[in-house]
Write a protein that binds this ligand. Structure first.
Ligand SMILES: [Zn+2]
Length: 158
């Protein structure tokens, strides 16, 4: 005999309840991670290696430290992180007109921001990419700095 509709739905509900429980556990875990974003070795007894983010020192007017490298990040943040939560800031400048013009690119003053958060073993590192726009002096085409390979263009914060 085929399972009744009622049995089917009861089973489905049980499956979904299990999924909800798993998701709640994940949310709790992530909430703990986020809570630790504001708690690091500079204001707790934890050693520096336990830091999740390294906020800029208050007396550092430049904000987050800048650093090169190709992190190969994946994924994007859904809502912007505050400046003091940014672990790394990468300035991305275009180097060539997309039309291949061998011309100097002039900065337009425009930039757009993409934030990428990735859970590593620990710490969670938040990278802000600032993509700069330049204009070709020959054709006036505006060309933007490119995200590193592996970083998916997602939410952009003007
Ligand atoms: Zn051009």
């Amino acid at each position: 005999m085929e399972p009744s509709k009622e049995q089917f739905y009861l089973q489905r509900i049980a499956e979904l309840e299990k999924q909800v429980a798993e998701l709640l556990a994940q949310v709790a875990k992530l909430t703990q991670q986020v809570a630790r974003l504001s708690k690091n070795s500079s204001n707790s007894s934890k050693p520096p290696s336990s830091d999740i983010v390294k906020p800029p020192k208050p007396d550092n007017p430049k904000g987050p430290r800048r650093q090169g490298g190709q992190p190969g990040h994946k994924g994007t943040a859904r809502s912007p992180f505050r400046a003091d939560q940014i672990d790394r800031l990468e300035e991305l400048h275009p180097t060539r007109c997309p039309h291949g013009h061998d011309a100097k690119l002039e900065p337009t003053g425009q930039s757009k921001i993409q934030q990428v958060a990735e859970l590593r073993e620990n710490p969670l590192e938040i990278t802000e990419y600032r993509l700069h726009a330049y204009r070709c002096s020959i054709c006036s085409e505006v060309v933007w700095g490119k995200l590193p390979p592996g970083v998916v263009e997602g939410q952009l914060t003007a």
